[in-house]
Structures are given as C-alpha cells and as structure tokens.
Ligand binder design. Structure first.
Ligand code: ATP
Length: 324
C-alpha cells in the first residue's frame, strides 16, 4: 500500500484533529503518502483531496473540531454517489481509507467495502461513547470535562438561590455522558434513556433530598431520557408537584462538542491513528480500532455497528448511593 486517505464524517468531536495528525504522521513514518479528504463522504464524491505531509498537521493536536471539516452526505447513501467516490479514489491512486466518525459513517464504509472491495478502517469519533468495541470513543472524555465544568458553575448559582436545576446533556440513545458527568458533578438525580425512573419517583427522591437538608439540587437529564417528553415538561411537572424550589432549566447543547481535547483524548487519538494505518498496511480491512482493557485492538466494523454499548450498572448504583 502506497497511499492512504483519511476523512472525518458525521458529528464532529474533540480529538478528531489529533486523530488526523496521527494518521498523517504514521503514514509519513512508514514512508507512504496520505491524502486528506474534505467534507467527509461529500468530498470523497467530489474528489476534494489534499496531500498531507507530517508538517501539514502541526499545531492541531490541541484544537477541537476537524480541519478536514465534516459533513452528512446524502450522495454517499446512493450507489451512484459511492461509484463516483470509488472512481475518485482510484484516479488519485489511493489504496486504503481511514474513516473517523460514528456508526453511520462506519455503515457507509462497510457498504463501500462490500461494493468495491476497497480497504477501510474506522476510528470511533463521537462524544456520545455509543459505539461497541471501545470503552471510550474520541471526544467522550473531553465532553465529560466540559459538562462537569458547566455543572460546577450551575451549582454556584443553584446554591446561592436555593434553586433546583434540570441540566440537559447530549445522549439521545445512551446515557454515558449523563451518568458519568452526573456522578462527577454531584448531581442528585441522573435521568438516562436506559432507565425509566418515573416522574413520581423523581419527585419523591427530590423531596427526600430536601428533607435531609439540601437547599439546592441538580438533576442531569440525557436528551433521550424517557420519563419527560422534554426537559421543560419535566420542569413544569416538578414545579406543580413540589414546593419550595425555584426550578430552572439549562440546556448545554452544542458546546459539549467543542473545546480543546483533553489529554486522554489526545493520547487515545494518537494511539488509534497509529493502529488504523498499521492495520491497513498489514492488509486488514473492515475493522474499527478501539480501546479495550487499556489496549488498542480492533473490532469488525459489522460488530461495531450492530453491537450495543452498554451502560455501566455499577455506576448507576454508585449514583444512587451518592444521592443519599
Ligand atoms: P454521529 O454519531 O455523530 O451522528 P455518524 O457517523 O453516526 O456520527 P451519520 O450522519 O449517521 O453520522 O452518518 C454520517 C454519514 O455516513 C452520512 O451522512 C452518510 O453519508 C454516511 N452513511 C450513513 N449511513 C449510511 C448508509 N446506510 N449507506 C451509505 N452511507 C451511509
């Protein structure tokens, strides 16, 4: 293999730049060429490529977002689009593709491989940590630190005014961010998609906290939580059924995706990039690199796409005990 291309696709996450840097420098280390593809699969279809050498990725390890830009491509969902993408890669002499993204991006990569027998390797980049085959996705740790920092600040105002805050964090299908950041931020309750606590139990638990002497409370709510239709309805319900608290809502939103990657994410990205390129060079294809038991390993893309990343039940118990 003499030339590899790398792209970022789907939602961006902190650490993607560090992963691009690692892929580019690993190629340089092994004496092969690397092409950066702009705008994810959209750029693959358009042939929006740029040769990248070791120096071209200087000064990006500490930057959030992705210098290659990311996109959601409708064209790549069609056979015609993928045919064009394949032709662009062949014309450019590319022999392997590293895709940094989430499970949607991996599904596209796998279909592309099945149609054209083109070697592909995935690096999991998403803040949600919702991918099977890795204990941590790129950006998860940074997002947790961002959320904990926000909770700490919200707590200052909550305790000054005896307020109850509902804080919404990202996680449409999984509660990893809510559960971990909730414990670290000392939340009284954590509502996640995997567990339906029930509105009555929530009010009961908040009342118990109040009776035990708490004058302010923070409840972390994952976007995909099942018990309220949305966080504002949760607020209304608690407003109507609890006395004594001034209830407020804070939706953290897209700030969770930004910021300089944490040390953990930078190291993880560097390790994953090396593994992705070296796996391609060893003739492997259709794998996702991941962190398993503190070692970088690979999981078949199909498994990574279909498997469920499970919530840590021990953390749920710890969170229950901590809210006593
Ligand atoms: P995130 O977890 O942040 O949403 P993701 O990689 O899952 O990231 P998606 O929008 O689901 O994000 O997918 C990214 C891109 O991958 C899509 O815009 C599309 O181009 C491609 N893709 C997804 N599913 C398929 C598919 N079934 N066939 C072909 N391409 C696909």
């Amino acid at each position: 293999m003499k030339k590899i291309a790398v792209l970022t696709s789907g939602g961006d996450s902190p650490g993607m730049n560090a992963a691009i840097r690692s892929v580019v420098r690993t190629c340089a280390y092994h004496g092969i060429e690397c092409l950066g593809v702009y705008q994810g699969y959209e750029g693959l279809i358009e042939g929006d490529f740029k040769p990248m050498d070791a120096r071209s990725v200087k000064g990006i390890i500490n930057k959030g977002g992705t210098i290659l830009k990311s996109a959601r491509s409708k064209g790549f969902r069609t056979e015609e689009g993928r045919k064009k993408a394949h032709k662009q890669l062949i014309d450019a002499g590319v022999e392997g593709l590293v895709v940094i993204g989430g499970d949607g991006s991996f599904t596209g990569a796998l279909i592309f491989n099945q149609e054209f027998n083109f070697p592909v390797m995935g690096i999991p980049g998403t803040i949600d940590n919702d991918i099977y085959g890795t204990s941590h996705t790129l950006g998860f740790d940074t997002a947790l630190n961002t959320v904990v920092d926000a909770i700490d600040k919200i707590r200052d105002t909550a305790s000054s005014h005896n307020r109850l805050f509902f804080v919404e964090v990202m996680g449409r299908d999984v509660g990893h961010i809510a559960l971990n950041a909730g414990i670290a931020g000392g939340a009284e309750e954590i509502l996640i998609p995997e567990e339906d606590l029930g509105l009555d139990r929530l009010v009961e638990s908040l009342n118990r906290s109040r009776k035990s002497g708490k004058t302010s409370s923070i409840v972390i709510v994952a976007e995909g939580d099942k018990i309220g239709k949305n966080i504002f309805e949760l607020k209304d319900y608690v407003d109507e059924n609890m006395e004594g608290y001034d209830v407020r809502v804070s939706v953290l939103g897209h700030m969770q995706r930004g910021g300089a990657p944490s040390c953990f994410d930078r190291v993880l990205a560097s390790r994953m990039g090396v593994k992705a390129v070296e796996s391609l060079l060893e003739g492997e294809t259709n794998y996702m690199v991941g962190l398993l038991d503190n070692s970088i390993g690979v999981t078949p893309l199909e498994k990574a796409i279909k498997g469920k990343s499970k919530i840590n039940l021990e953390l749920l118990r710890v969170s229950d005990i901590m809210s006593t």
